[in-house]
Design a binder for this molecule. Sequence first.
Ligand code: NAP
Length: 293
Amino acid sequence: MNDITLNNGVKIPKVGFGTAAIGSWQQDDDYVKNVIISAIEAGYRHIDTASLYGNERSVGRAIKESGIPREECFITSKVWDNEQGTKATIAAFENTLKRLEMDYLDLYLIHWPVPEKTQETWQAMESLYEQNRIRALGLSNFRQSDIEQILGFAKVKPAYNQLELHPYLLQKELTEYCESQGIVVACWSPLGSGTWRGIPIDEKPVSDQTISDIATKHSVSNAQVILKWNVQQNRIVIPKAESPNNIINNLLLDGFGLTAEDITQINELNRNQRFGADPDTAYEENMQMNVPA
Ligand SMILES: NC(=O)c1ccc[n+]([C@@H]2O[C@H](COP(=O)([O-])OP(=O)(O)OC[C@H]3O[C@@H](n4cnc5c(N)ncnc54)[C@H](OP(=O)(O)O)[C@@H]3O)[C@@H](O)[C@H]2O)c1
């Protein structure tokens, strides 16, 4: 009920905890660790991080200090653009595990497509998967053409694709393509991203009047409506929250259901509006961004 089974049989909790820019971008300290501990105490068992977020040490320390056994947590990390390639991917993976102080990952993603490196990167990930060091392999920000490229040579089919997806950006064709290939869709910035992107909260889907009306009807929060809209359609969500109320609220999605009409109304809010980078244009800028030591 609260998990989705990936195409290799591995189960992933539908609601994960996003960790990008807790505190500030690439912050990695006790503050970050304590926010993640609060999330674990609230009940999250799925945590989304990335080498680029610069906070893998805090994630690892939070899990250790929470006292929850490692194997009860589902940990996702990602290989950054300029870490891709055969040897570089293996080195990036080893560094990620070292920072997390773990000996395996539940899910490892290619953070953004770098088409000239995709085959080398994926095959390096496949070798780690075959050594049981990663339980599932996936993608992030991959367009249909990028997925088709991978499917042309993959021995291990991608299980997951993490996309910017919220009521203002439906990505309907891509989502349907992923689902037709047995690739589970996960939504990043499900609420429309944090204020760190400089967009006022009242311009985001979480403040939309249609969402508010549906929330009032079901006596839940706007965020719960958006998250439920995704999980009810078998998509994974990874909201990030620092406020204790938001951390708890985003996990409480049982006890109400959206109607088909609610779902249609939310779908109709689509305006193809991105709050984050676009895979068609992100390449140059991403290549200039580095994973902190
Ligand atoms: N693969 C990629 O390329 C990629 C890109 C971007 C993000 N991500 C992942 O996706 C995660 C989430 O994305 P995001 O951090 O950009 O945005 P988000 O989860 O859509 O939004 C976070 C913002 O929403 C607020 N919020 C959280 N719960 C709320 C609630 N119940 N009611 C009202 N406001 C609420 C948070 O406030 P407070 O913090 O004050 O509680 C924060 O300002 C990231 O942390 C990261 O793990 C992946």
